[in-house]
Design a protein around this ligand. Structure first.
Ligand code: NAP
Length: 254
């Protein structure tokens, strides 16, 4: 294989990537795709032990993959973890803010704690990593992808906390894209529709079928279909794309 076809095959060779929520679901698929494209990957979840399997899967594809544990909502702990990862990987080129939670409830039944926690993990958690990683990412002229949701565009009954956190991700993504464009850092959001993961596993069978029937492509998405879009934005194909919300939802939000 020639040097140029090899780099086309593994365009992220030598890059260091940090993926939050990498232990399972969409984050795991993203970590594995980035590793397959040659990146070294720092896999972050609430507990490093939860990332053992994904680290093994990444290590089979790339030179370096390590597991880390943190609560993404803990600003000081995130700052110190990002410092540690940047040191251990010799810099940071790619950040994927993917960790997220739901605490669904109709507004009249939603507790303040359920509102605050979803904002703390989904929105403040992303801000914590953006703030801590901004300098190394500027130095690297890096790429950032924040995982949001179509619910941040369309809204959804029973999810005022979650939808607000994801709409917040859209505003943060567009604002930061403007701030960092002068440093050649691209910042985008990927907004999945209904994807088969632990997060959606406890939907009642009837509700899941009804949702599936409302998707124009007629099926739920897979974590890897979301990861493919993230990989594209992070790779050379995304070099002139910034401040966008890329919807991967089989047409659900049409
Ligand atoms: P998932 O299977 O439930 O996985 C959630 C991931 O986030 C896990 O790795 C979990 O780590 C991590 N996490 C949760 N709270 C955390 C915290 N406080 N600190 C650190 N890590 C934390 O979820 P998913 O379906 O893959 O969703 C991934 C992202 O896609 C989320 O942002 C979600 O909102 C978004 N999304 C999902 C769908 C969907 O249909 N699945 C649709 C639209 C958007 P542990 O393993 O340690 O708990």
């Amino acid at each position: 294989m020639s040097a140029s076809s090899q780099s086309a095959h593994r365009p992220l060779e030598g890059r260091a990537a940090l993926v939050t929520g990498a232990s399972r679901g969409i984050g795991r698929a993203i970590a594995e795709r980035l590793a397959g494209a040659g990146a070294r990957v720092a896999c972050v979840a609430t507990d490093a032990a939860n990332c053992e399997e994904v680290v093994d899967a990444c290590a089979a594809r790339t030179d370096g993959a390590l597991a880390y544990g943190v609560d993404v909502g803990d600003t000081d702990a995130v700052a110190s973890l990002v410092g540690q990862i940047t040191k251990e990987f010799g810099g940071l080129d790619i950040l994927v803010n993917n960790a997220g939670v739901t605490r669904d409830q109709l507004l009249l039944r939603m507790s303040e704690e359920d509102f605050d926690r979803v904002i703390e993990v989904n929105l403040k958690g992303a801000w914590n990593f953006l703030k801590a990683a901004a300098r190394p990412l500027m130095k690297a002229r890096g790429k950032i992808v924040n995982i949001s949701s179509v619910v941040g565009l369309t809204g959804n009954a029973g999810q005022v906390n979650y939808a607000a956190s994801k709409a917040g991700i859209h505003g943060m993504t567009r604002s930061l894209a403007k701030e960092l464009a002068g440093r050649a850092v691209c910042v985008n959001a990927v907004a999945p529709g209904f994807v088969a993961t632990d997060m959606t596993a406890d939907l009642a069978e009837g509700a899941a079928k009804e949702l599936e029937d409302s998707i124009p492509l007629g099926r739920v998405g897979t974590p890897d279909e979301v990861a493919a879009a993230v990989e594209f934005l992070i790779g050379p194909g995304g070099d002139y794309i910034t401040g966008q919300v890329v919807v991967i939802d089989g047409g659900l939000s049409l």
